[in-house]
Write a protein that binds this ligand. Structure first.
Ligand code: GLU
Length: 479
């Protein structure tokens, strides 16, 4: 039997990162197995579902590089792929269950249901349905009500037995008898509920493997009941671990950006976001942390799903973003960076060699394209010096005072815009010999005097990129 998996989001908001991860795992599994990846829209919640969210979720998946084989825009054999277009199918199956005596029409009012719940709670019983309509002696009355045009819900008769799921991630999970009571499968307004449509669709769409978030584990018991009632074979299940924040709480909007759209707006690289999401609940067999999703291929093995909850760490995601940014071809990196530099910036009036060298020098210190300009401004173009405690210490050394005077003298005689690499080496050599300096006093002293900072890239690479005017300003600030 060929492998068929699905991603079935509800279009009630933008694509959440948890959803994107589920989509990714299904996509990778289908690819590794040579199977089919179905995209299904679970839009039975008519009030909250919106077409614009379906469109935006699809756009976000495309942005992330996740493609599917069958779905609303790629009809296959098992469509339609929007649940709102399949209500007649759910109705037909629900009626079949009623005819087989496995479900019944329920005419209880909300107040009656509420009172039932309260009674059960008071008596310490689980709040299961115990209305009269589950008894066959009322079936005729129910039929008459229906014939008279009254609207009733269809409720499934939950069998009194335990169920087991052999979950790929969670192992053998036993759902004890009496865990759930009779549950509604079609509401009195005619709309089907998730646990019912999901089974009908997975069955008719011949889904062989359901990979979804752990929050759906408890839904499996209701779903297994429906499979059994309809004589269907349940798919295999993998309930992947929850995403949690650093305080080990379920990830929420308060933890920062949780929708893919937001990351797109903040200029994250899609290849970085998807790489990071992949690592939240799955590990690469070669223990790689940085990879391209489409290079995973056969290495995507469901046995490598993690059992424990995955901590969502924005700092790590930023690091992954930096790694992917640096891996971009030079031309692409340059043009992307330039998109984030102000049009009238000093950068644009410089030679290509200067621009390329500045990017080469600073790329290791940035995680986003937008980090480049601030970095450039502070490291290369700022004449003012932030006199930190450490800087003051270096400046108090006699050797540093000598360096300042020496450099002032040497630089006064140069009127180029920049100090060339060769010139810098020459100055440095003479500093060493004429002032008889070496080690920390030489290296740290020179760095502080020329850059105004106590750390940074190789001086020989950095200094030739700083406009001489700025270097002179810095030295003046320090003396
Ligand atoms: N519509 C459900 C959701 O968005 C799908 C759950 C499932 O995969 O069964 O969470």
């Amino acid at each position: 039997m060929s492998v068929r998996v699905r991603f079935a989001p509800s279009p009630t908001g933008h694509l959440h990162i948890g959803g994107a991860r589920t989509a990714l795992y299904n996509y990778l599994y289908a690819k590794a197995q040579g199977g089919t990846f179905v995209f299904r829209v679970e839009d039975t919640d008519l009030e909250r579902s919106k077409k614009e969210y379906e469109v935006s979720q699809l756009e976000d998946l495309r942005w992330l590089g996740i493609d599917y084989d069958e779905g609303p825009e790629k009809p296959g054999e098992y469509g339609p792929y929007r649940q709102s277009e399949r209500t007649h199918i759910y109705e037909e199956y629900a009626k079949k269950l009623v005819d087989d005596g496995l479900a019944y029409y329920d005419f209880c009012t909300d107040e009656e249901l509420e009172a039932m719940k309260e009674r059960a709670m008071k008596e310490g019983r689980p709040p299961h349905y115990e209305g009269k309509w589950r008894n066959s002696e009322y079936f005729e009355e129910a039929a008459n009500k229906l014939a008279a045009g009254e609207k009733g819900a269809i409720r499934f008769k939950a069998p009194k037995k335990s169920y087991v799921v052999n979950d790929e991630v969670r192992g053998r999970v036993v759902f004890p008898e009496n865990m759930v009571g009779d549950f509604v499968i079609i509401r009195s307004n005619g709309l089907p509920v998730y646990n019912f449509c999901c089974v009908i669709d997975d069955m008719l769409m011949k889904i062989t493997y359901v990979i979804r978030g752990e929050e759906h584990l408890n839904n499996s018991v209701r779903q297994l009941m429906i499979y059994e009632a309809l004589g269907g074979t349940p798919p295999a299940f993998a309930h992947v671990s929850l995403l949690i924040n650093k305080d080990r709480q379920k990830l929420s909007k308060r933890d920062g950006v949780t929708s893919v759209t937001k990351y797109k707006e903040e200029s994250y690289l899609p290849e970085a976001l998807i790489n990071y999401l992949c690592l939240l609940g799955w590990s690469h067999p070669d223990e790689k942390e940085i990879f391209a999703i489409d290079d995973i291929g056969l290495a995507f093995d469901a046995k490598r799903f993690a059992k424990s909850a995955a901590i969502y760490d924005l700092e790590k995601l930023k690091w992954v973003n930096g790694m992917h940014l640096r891996a971009l071809p030079n031309d692409e990196l340059k043009s992307k960076i330039e998109e984030f530099i102000a049009k009238d910036h000093f950068y644009f009036s410089q030679s290509d060699t200067w621009k390329d060298s500045a990017i080469e020098l600073l790329k290791n210190q940035i995680e986003f394209f937008s980090d480049f300009q601030p970095r450039l401004d502070s490291d290369l173009l700022n004449g003012e010096v932030n006199r930190s405690e450490k800087l003051e210490d270096v400046l108090s050394w006699d050797t540093t005072k000598k360096i300042i005077n020496f450099l002032k003298d040497k630089l006064a005689g140069i009127d180029d815009s920049f100090i060339s690499k060769e010139k810098f080496q020459e100055i440095f050599k003479s500093l060493k010999t004429e002032l008889e300096l070496k080690g920390k006093p030489l290296f740290m002293g020179t760095r502080v005097c020329l850059t105004g900072q106590d750390h940074g890239p190789e001086l020989g690479d950095l200094v030739p990129l700083i406009p001489l005017k700025i270097i002179k300003e810095r030295i003046n600030h320090l003396s």
